[in-house]
Design a protein around this ligand. Structure first.
Ligand code: XMP
Length: 527
């Protein structure tokens, strides 16, 4: 396994994902990890990540000295290379020279030098003289200006003469560019070279084997005690449920709370998949009335979110209170959540999480926490779900917010609105799933798509009569991280068919509009 030390860069998570994509297990730890902890982790290689420090700030973070004494390969990336150079006796110079800032940011072409193991045979193209060239993503202010003893030059660009360095004897490498981002075309190849060939890690991090390992771990952890899990029907909680069920069978009890704000037939689908097909113990609580009553008269979005969160905790707690034997609370926490909250503690936080589905459950329930997905990235959670036999449709479903239709019905939430919205939304999703573009459905081609209920009435005609009914808006976006998003250029035919069907099939809606706002400045949800 590989150890990645985090100096606070936003892209450290990407390094971990690339390493895992090479089927090698790795973990991210803060750069001030103790010597004992590092020795106990016993990595086969160490990667020093970048830093968020701007060129004008002096970063004082150093790699723990022990990293260079373990006798294992070390790869420094960006700031990681600089601190490596500095700590091993080289020279790093600031970006400010003669009062002028020299920063390099963006594409660059680096030329490989001296045939190092890291670069040999990896290139995008060759120069006329036969030198290997790589297209890379550079982002740095400071740079290494003098190699530490024992190192040779491994790559250069005109503005960054030491763009990579290597000490083949000690197997220490440094790259000033970012191999973890996709803009660096050979980035995956370079990281794979490092972890497989240089560190000697086998490609043995595969989901099939992981299931057996994880099952054994869960059994050991919980013994024959009972576990409860709040099942939402989303990917994370579903995969966690399937995995724990594989490990302990009937000792797992799932609680599914229907808050009346779910999509059409969602409750039925969850019961069908988990209870009927997988044979799990499932408590299905229909708390619709309770949620609707609590939401009556409330139109502020944040107030609605709080009420929905609070009611969920109450309902869940009531159910958990009935299960006297339960000793564990299982949650579908995944690795990005773990890194984020750890990051917040060590002040190396780089991303801000704005939405939390369930808050405060563990403390108030006095249960031990079981989080079997804690070390997995989202794509690994999906692969695990497939390995466990969960339906593809469930695994690749678009994300759905915790407050559900509560934030897709603008203003006050009413039963009647939720019913209309559910039916309209089901039609939109069905059309997206059934309309293809170059072999893929529009459902797959969009990251998130849904319908929003606008509490606005407009005039229409139907037959000889005049109608005065509700409006819905369709929303479909494409995004890789949900932080920014483009509205999807859905075909007019698809939009037209969806609109016709909604207006004809859902009595009470007589107008359909399409939202063509990007994020930013609009958000994906309307509330
Ligand atoms: P926005 O609307 O902020 O949404 O662009 C970004 C992503 O977050 C989801 N979202 C939520 N998820 N509870 C959640 O669990 C919430 O309150 C919430 N609000 C937005 C949204 O669906 C999108 O995927």
């Amino acid at each position: 396994k590989i150890l990645i030390l985090d100096f606070g860069s936003q892209v450290t998570q990407l390094i971990a994902r690339r390493v895992r994509e090479a089927n090698v297990y790795c973990e991210i730890h803060p750069c001030d990890m103790s010597e004992d902890a590092i020795r106990a982790y016993a990595p086969k290689g160490v990667i020093l990540g970048g830093s968020h420090m701007s060129a004008y700030e002096e970063s004082t973070d150093k790699a723990p000295a022990v990293v260079f004494e373990l006798g294992v390969p070390v790869l420094g990336i960006c700031y990681g290379m600089q601190t490596m150079a500095h700590q091993l006796g080289g020279k790093v110079e600031g970006a400010v020279e003669g009062g002028q800032a020299h920063r390099e940011f963006g594409y660059a072409e680096v030329r490989a030098r001296n045939h190092t193991r890291l670069f040999d045979g990896i290139q995008d193209f060759a120069t006329d003289e036969g030198h290997g060239m790589l297209k890379v993503w550079m982002s740095h202010g400071d740079k290494v200006t003098e190699l530490p003893p024992g190192f040779v030059l491994a790559a250069s660009t005109p503005s960054c003469p030491i763009a990579a360095m290597a000490d083949e004897t000690r197997r220490f490498y440094g790259v000033q560019f970012h191999p973890e981002v996709t803009h660096t075309l050979q980035g995956q190849a370079l990281l794979t070279r490092f972890v497989h060939d240089i560190c000697g890690c086998g490609a043995n991090w595969v989901m099939g084997d992981y299931v057996e390992e994880a099952v054994a771990r869960i059994r050991e952890q919980v013994g024959d005690e009972e576990v409860i899990l709040g099942l939402s029907g989303g990917v994370d909680s579903s995969v966690a449920a399937a995995l724990i069920h594989r490990a302990i069978g009937d000792k797992l009890i799932c609680v599914f709370v229907d808050n009346g704000l779910l999509r059409l037939d969602e409750g039925k689908q969850v019961v069908n998949t988990f209870q009927t097909h997988m044979g799990m113990k499932l408590i299905h609580v229909d708390a619709t009335e309770r949620f609707m009553t609590a939401l009556a008269g409330v139109s502020d979005p944040e107030a609605k979110r709080k009420i929905i969160g609070r009611e969920f905790v109450h309902v869940f707690q009531e159910e958990a209170g009935k299960l006297k034997q339960a000793k564990w609370l299982a949650q579908g926490t995944i690795y990005p959540d773990v890194i984020e909250s750890a990051g917040a503690k060590t002040k190396k936080a780089t991303t801000i999480k704005s939405h939390h589905n369930v808050g405060g459950l563990p403390d108030t329930l006095h249960l031990k926490l079981l989080e079997p997905l804690r070390e997995l990235f989202k794509d690994e959670v999906r692969a695990l779900g497939l390995a466990l036999g969960l339906p593809r449709d469930m695994i690749f479903r678009h994300p759905f917010p915790g407050p559900g239709l509560g934030v897709r019905i603008l203003g006050e939430v009413k039963h009647e609105y939720a019913d209309l919205l559910r039916r309209a939304d089901a039609i939109f999703i069905e059309e997206l799933r059934n309309t293809y573009h170059e072999g893929k459905s529009w459902y797959e081609l969009t990251s998130q798509a849904f319908t929003v209920f606008l509490p606005v009435k407009s005039v229409g005609v139907m037959g000889d009569g005049r109608t005065y009914e509700w409006v819905v808006s369709l929303r479909a976006v494409q995004t890789s991280d949900f932080m920014t998003a483009h509205w999807a250029h859905l075909p007019y035919e698809l939009l037209g068919r969806t609109s016709n069907r909604i207006i004809n099939e859902v009595r009470g809606i007589n107008r359909v509009v399409y939202d063509i706002s990007g994020k930013p400045p609009a958000t994906i949800e309307w509330e």
